[in-house]
Design a protein around this ligand. Structure first.
Ligand SMILES: [Zn+2]
Length: 372
C-alpha cells in the first residue's frame, strides 16, 4: 500500500493521510517535537488528548543519550517513551550542521564533529543514521542531509545538494525496522535552480516521502515562502511533503497554502517556557502587568486544560513565580492551539474553502490585541 492517500486539494493546499505502522496521520499535520524522547513537560496521554497524531524524536540526541542500543533493548522508542502512536525521527543532520562550531570535517563519506554532550569526536554517516533509526524503531526515518545556513555561497549550497543526494542514495536500501518509511530531504536554500536539481535527483530514488529542508534557517520570510512553493512544485503529488522546522501560526498557514503536508517545531513548547501563549489575539506575554486581574482564559473557545480551568491572572502568577505548572499549562495550550489551527485548515481544504479561511485566520492573528 502507498504510504500516502491524497483526499482533497484546494489551490495548492492538500488534505490527506500518511499511513504508518503505528497508525494513520491525517494531514496537514503538526508534529510536536520530543527531541530527547519527551515533548517537554507533556505526558504522552496528554498528547493524545490534545489531538497529536504523530511526534518527532531526534536521532542525534537519542544516539548520545541514552543510546539506540539501550532503547532497542527496552523494546524500542515507542515502548521506551510510552507513546503508541506514529513517531518520525530526524536523522541528526540538522543538529550536526546547526551546531556549526562543532563540525570538524565534512566529506563525501560523512561528517565529523564534536558531540555537544562531552566534546568527544564523533562521526555521522548515512549508514549510522539508518542504523540509529532502525534500532529506535521509528515509523518514519529521515535521510542524513546537509543543511546549509542562510546566506552561504552558491558553491556551498551546491555541495550540500550534491552530498545530500549521494547520502540519500546510500541510505535508501539499508535495513529498516518493520514497516518503517524513509523520507529523503531536498536542499537548495532559496535557489530555485538548486531546489529543482535536488528534487530531480531524489524523486527518481522513489522514497516514501520528501522533506523540504534548508529553509527556516534565518532567511527572510517572503523569499522562504516563495522557495517553499517552488520546492513543493518539484515533488510528486502522490508523496507526503514535510517542511522541516516551522511552527508559528502564520508560518504554518503559509506553508499549508503552498502544498506542505507535515511540519514540526519546538516553538509551542519553547514559547511556553518563556511565559508566552499563542492565541487568536496574537502572542501574549503572560508576564505583562495587564493580565494581573484578567479573569478570562488564555484564548476564548480553546478546549485545552489551561483554558477550561484557569484564568490568565492565575497563569501569569504561576509564570512570575516560576511554578512548573505555569509552564506546563502554557505548553498544553500552545500545542492544542496549533493542532486545532491545523485541523481547521484541513476542514477548510476538504470543503473547498481554504482561501477564505486563510485570509480570515491571518487577519485575526495579525490584528492588534484588544486592551482588556
Ligand atoms: Zn487553551
Amino acid at each position: 500500500m502507498s504510504a500516502f492517500t491524497l483526499l482533497a486539494t484546494d489551490g495548492d493546499a492538500r488534505a490527506g493521510v500518511v499511513h504508518t505502522a503505528h497508525g494513520d496521520v491525517p494531514t496537514p499535520a503538526f508534529m510536536p517535537v520530543g527531541t530527547k524522547g519527551s515533548v517537554k513537560s507533556v505526558d504522552p496521554d496528554e498528547l493524545h488528548t490534545l489531538g497529536a497524531s504523530i511526534v518527532l524524536g531526534n536521532a542525534y540526541h537519542l544516539h548520545f543519550r541514552p543510546g539506540e542500543d539501550l532503547i532497542a533493548e527496552l523494546g524500542g522508542l515507542h515502548a521506551f517513551m510510552a507513546w503508541d502512536g506514529p513517531i518520525l525521527t530526524d536523522s541528526g543532520g540538522f543538529q550536526v550542521f546547526s551546531l556549526r562550531d562543532t563540525v570538524l570535517e565534512a566529506d563525501d563519506d560523512g561528517v565529523t564533529f564534536r558531540s555537544v554532550y562531552d566534546g568527544r569526536q564523533e562521526r555521522f554517516t548515512p549508514e549510522l543514521a539508518a542504523r540509529i533509526q532502525e534500532r529506535l524503531g521509528s515509523d518514519i526515518a529521515m535521510c542524513l542531509d546537509i543543511c546549509a545556513p542562510a546566506g552561504v555561497e552558491r558553491a556551498d549550497l551546491e555541495q550540500a545538494v550534491r552530498r545530500t543526494t549521494l547520502w540519500a542514495g546510500r541510505q535508501r536500501d539499508l535495513p529498516r525496522s518493520p514497516g518503517q518509511l524513509r523520507f529523503a530531504i531536498t536542499q537548495g536554500g532559496l535557489d530555485t535552480e538548486l531546489r529543482r536539481r535536488s528534487s530531480e535527483e531524489l524523486v527518481p530514488l522513489d522514497f516514501d516521502g520528501y522533506a523540504i529542508g534548508g529553509l527556516s534557517v534565518g532567511e527572510e520570510r517572503a523569499p522562504m515562502f516563495e522557495a517553499t512553493a517552488h520546492a513543493a512544485s518539484f515533488l510528486p503529488a502522490t508523496k507526503p511533503r514535510y517542511f522541516m522546522g516551522i511552527g508559528d501560526p502564520e508560518g504554518v498557514i503559509e506553508v499549508i497554502a503552498r502544498g506542505v503536508d507535515m511540519f514540526d517545531c519546538v516553538l509551542p513548547t519553547r514559547t511556553a517556557r518563556t511565559g508566552s501563549a499563542l492565541t487568536w489575539d496574537g502572542r501574549l506575554n503572560l508576564r505583562n502587568a495587564r493580565f494581573a486581574r484578567d479573569a478570562g482564559p488564555l484564548d476564548d473557545g480553546c478546549a485545552c486544560p489551561a483554558c477550561t480551568r484557569f484564568t490568565r491572572a492565575y497563569i501569569r502568577h504561576l509564570v512570575n513565580q516560576q511554578e512548573i505548572l505555569g509552564l506546563r499549562l502554557l505548553s498544553l495550550h500552545n500545542l492544542r492551539f496549533l493542532i486545532d489551527l491545523v485541523a481547521a485548515a484541513r476542514r477548510a481544504i476538504e470543503r473547498g474553502g481554504f482561501e477564505t479561511w486563510r485570509a480570515d485566520a491571518l487577519s485575526r492573528l495579525t490584528r492588534q490585541p484588544l486592551e482588556r
